[in-house]
Design a protein around this ligand. Structure first.
Ligand code: ZN
Length: 219
């Protein structure tokens, strides 16, 4: 299915889908569960537009490439260009808030990490980034917003943006010092603890506090 940014009631945003800039280990409890040190500065990587699929449709998980892990993350849709931006400019550039799954080939990532190679194959493969529709940022407290993931009826991830090591606005500002963020780009803000494998036929419910609830499944 062709992906285009949209609102929950199906209104399309004009901007083309751009890149997805992601941050690793932005929640201390998740860094700890994978035995990773907490980074001193944000650890960034990018998923290309070819990795993005709509979260509202069943999403395909790769076969024969080892474990595929879910990582539930708050997603920020960018609506204004940000280059070397301060936090005040960053807040004005947020066009929408949504949810993303940072699907990860965990066995492959472990092997790449061990040999000191980049993570792209494990993080940026086709379909590696299901994105939800985006709601208005108005009335959402970016510093205190819960995200949850339920898999087959069982609560697997529950976190709050208050736990982020680098909060959303500081993160956008930091990213923009390296990568210009353009309208249609998305930033994934890191995952709380509880990551685990996702398999074909799993049923997922992904929630952003009381603002957004997506029911989907893997195939
Ligand atoms: Zn992630």
């Amino acid at each position: 299915m062709v992906y285009q940014h949209q609102t929950p009631d199906g209104q399309l945003f004009d901007w083309p889908l751009g890149k997805v800039v992601c941050v690793g280990r932005n929640y201390a409890d998740h860094a700890k569960e994978l035995n990773n040190p907490v980074p001193a500065v944000p650890l960034l990587f990018i998923k290309p537009a070819s990795a993005v699929v709509p979260m509202t449709a069943p999403f395909r998980v790769p076969r024969d490439l080892g474990q595929v892990h879910f990582e539930t993350e708050m997603a920020i849709l960018i609506g204004q260009t940000l280059t070397d931006a301060e936090e005040e400019a960053a807040v004005a550039a947020i066009a929408g808030i949504g949810l993303g799954l940072d699907l990860t080939l965990r066995d492959l990532q472990d092997a790449l990490k061990k040999s000191g190679h980049p993570w792209e194959k494990a993080k940026s493969f086709d379909g590696a980034c299901p994105l939800s529709p985006f709601i208005s940022p108005d009335g959402i407290d970016l510093t205190d917003c819960e995200i949850r993931l339920t898999v087959n009826g069982e609560l697997r991830q529950q976190g709050n943006s208050a736990q982020m090591l680098t909060p959303v606005l500081a993160l956008l500002s930091y990213i923009s010092k390296f990568f210009t963020l353009n309208p249609g780009d998305v930033v994934l803000t890191g995952t709380p603890a509880g990551v685990g494998p996702v398999r074909p036929e799993d049923r997922l419910v992904v929630e952003l506090a009381e603002h957004l609830r997506i029911e989907t499944s893997a195939c």
